[in-house]
Design a binder for this molecule. Structure first.
Ligand SMILES: [Zn+2]
Length: 642
């Protein structure tokens, strides 16, 4: 017998859908209720009936057309091309069909023209071809990764629809337990930075928020979130939510699949793409350094198929008693804060992930208004620090680069591939255009280039001004001085050249990647400068260099350990951080609506968290009765029992 909730959803649709739609079947595909009809043109006259159904059910509803009533792909392609303006920049090859899901993917130079006002064109395409359109933006820099992900998903769509339907039945089933409780367990990233993960449990569901690794530690158990001690089996977990694509938040997601997780991953589309890139890079680095692999490419692929992309601001059922809404976190492209609405409002949790409550060139500041918040889980990375003003930081960066160039030296900027690199590119580009900086070659290593291309794919997630540049046809990530380094052996020409240059390479904490190779070559020459532009986690090579170590042992290309003398100038400019500093965290709390009853501080070294807690008590950005909790890894907090 069918679950009563599922049966009730079917009944509501059957009684409310106009007969001319010619309903064929109703399926639960992931968080969506999908209605297959033979005649989608009922939407022209009767779209209010769909709105009505969605309102009664409080579910996300999607209309698809039964395969028997769809145009053949060739015909549909011709039809779509005839409907679109040539300005949309859609060619024949840009239209790809997914038979199983009944979707057509349309790649466009100007997606807005395929969407139309209020999605009018999308609706028209559905009605006239029977294919449900999805639009993707073409990018200036070609991305093999993005094409690879898309083609792979289409190839595996039989598998995708199968798992989506199994998720669907689990998500929409009845609430079984009458007693209520909400509890969280800190699995990683509490009183520390790295391996972020939180388990949220109700009587009905178990959810993981983030699943990262600690880049400063290379041996278990402190490298991984402590899911092994949390008392749950991976097959009991209903959903995994990823806030953003930094390794300390998403680096070990594929490992979950290796050990038996079969459920969905919720993330923004940009986070999905970036996270694949980072995980493949983790594998690449581990392989090159002869370290054991925590997972394989197979699990990364499986993760792609299990990921359900969620837009910022959309509310989605992720289990029978939890709804997820993402809010803008302002931290990196695609970053989100996760709002959990539990048991029809029984309890509400906001998890900030990493967040920036200040505008940058690249991104707008984080959201601060939410529907309801009982507990706020807030990052505290810079809880003890007031960062340099952004404009000052920019000026210092440009001045430091200019001095180094004048002395005939080279500048090495180790960057996290995601976010900071693109921000620095925008700053350098502006300075060169405005003649505040001499035009010298800026070598940008391959992975940063891939990431930049993903930024071009989702410009609507960038700051208003940067998005406006895209819309005006400008290319904010392109400049004649930018040289993309594709070939690893190019490093020798670059370091041996007499010419001054700027080198941007990963990883941002010198934990591996080309930045370490450049560092070995450039460190002994006092004319050169290394500029850190992001946080350095304890235990990383970056942190040791930043803290002033002058002799560093590192293996050379033959694996022999050599002592590197650090004579180059070392600068650290933390004003670019994608994290809020103490003042920004306090001002977020001051402006946040509504105020939380309880604040749980995480993602910070102990002194940073203590300092932030003290500052909150002293400056009272929230009412003085607000509870402040500072859990350690493996602590559990019971939020509410009813
Ligand atoms: Zn982050």
């Amino acid at each position: 017998m069918e679950d009563p909730v599922l049966a009730n959803i079917r009944k509501t649709i059957l009684t409310n859908i106009p007969p001319e739609a010619r309903l064929k079947r109703i399926e639960f595909e992931g968080p969506y209720v999908v209605i297959y009809v033979e005649n989608p043109s009922f939407l022209v006259q009767n779209s209010f009936s769909m709105k009505n159904i969605a309102k009664i059910l409080k579910k996300r509803i999607i209309i698809k057309v039964d395969p028997s009533a769809r145009l053949k792909p060739e015909e549909a392609r011709r039809k779509i091309l005839s409907m679109l303006s040539p300005d949309a920049g859609v060619g024949e090859k840009d239209i790809v069909f997914d038979d199983v899901l009944g979707e057509v993917i349309i790649k466009a130079d100007r997606p807005g023209l395929v969407i139309g006002d209020d999605g009018k064109m999308l609706k028209q395409i559905l009605i006239e071809t029977g294919w449900r359109p999805k639009v993707a933006r073409k990018t200036e820099i070609e991305s093999r990764l993005l094409d690879g992900i898309l083609n792979y998903m289409i190839r595996e769509s039989d598998y995708r629809i199968k798992i989506l339907r199994s998720f669907g039945e689990r998500i929409h089933r009845s609430v079984f337990f009458k007693n209520n409780y909400v509890r969280m367990t800190a699995l990683g990233g509490f009183r520390e930075v790295g391996r972020s993960s939180i388990l949220v449990e109700t009587a009905e569901s178990k959810i993981l928020l983030d699943f990262g690794l600690n880049p400063g530690i290379s041996t278990p158990p402190n490298m991984y979130p402590r899911i092994d001690l949390a008392g749950v089996r991976l097959d009991e977990i209903d959903a995994v939510i990823i806030t953003h694509a930094h390794v300390d938040h998403c680096g070990l997601v594929p490992m979950l699949f290796k050990f038996g997780y079969e459920g969905p991953i919720y993330a923004t589309e940009a986070t999905r793409d970036l996270m694949v890139l980072l995980q493949l890079d983790i594998l690449d680095i581990a392989r090159r350094e002869g370290k054991p692999l925590p997972f394989t490419q197979r699990e990364v692929q499986k993760m792609v198929l299990h990921t359900i992309p969620i837009k910022i601001g959309e509310t989605t059922d992720i289990s029978s008693d939890i709804k997820l809404t993402f809010y803008n976190a302002g931290h990196i492209l695609g970053s989100a804060m996760a709002h959990l609405h539990i048991g029809n409002g029984f309890y509400n949790i906001l998890y900030t992930g990493d967040m920036k409550f200040q505008k940058t060139l690249l991104l707008d500041r984080s959201d601060y208004r939410f529907p309801r918040v009982d507990s706020l889980i807030m990052e505290s990375t810079y809880g003890a620090t007031v960062l340099m003003d952004r404009r000052e930081a920019e000026a210092k960066l440009i001045a430091t680069i200019a001095e180094t160039i004048k002395n005939g030296g080279k500048v090495l900027i180790p960057t996290l591939s995601v976010g900071r690199a693109q921000e620095i590119m925008l700053i350098i580009r502006n300075a060169m255009i405005e003649k505040r900086l001499e035009e010298v070659p800026v070598y940008i290593e391959g992975m940063i280039d891939e990431v930049t291309s993903i930024h071009m794919r989702y410009p609507e997630l960038l700051s208003k001004e940067t998005f406006a540049m895209f819309k005006a046809g400008e290319k904010p990530f392109v400049h004649p001085a930018f040289k993309i380094v594709k070939d690893r052996s190019a490093i020798y020409d670059i370091v041996e050249s007499k010419e001054p240059s700027i080198i941007m390479a990963t990883s941002g904490m010198l934990t591996g990647g080309p930045a370490v190779e450049y560092f070995k070559h450039l460190a002994p020459d006092p004319r050169n400068t290394l500029i850190f532009v992001n946080y350095q986690v304890q235990g990383t090579l970056g942190r040791r260099v930043k803290d002033g170590e002058k002799e560093i042992s590192l293996p050379d290309e033959n694996g022999k350990i050599r002592v590197i003398k650090v004579a180059m100038r070392i600068e650290s400019i933390e004003g670019f951080s994608g994290h809020s500093d103490r003042n920004q965290l306090l001002s977020f709390l001051r402006q946040m609506q509504p105020k939380p009853k309880r604040i749980i501080l995480n993602h910070g070294e102990p002194q940073a968290i203590e300092a932030l807690a003290k500052a909150i008590r002293r400056e009272k950005p929230v009412p003085s009765g607000t509870e402040i909790v500072i859990p350690s890894v493996l602590d559990s907090i019971s939020f509410k029992i009813g």
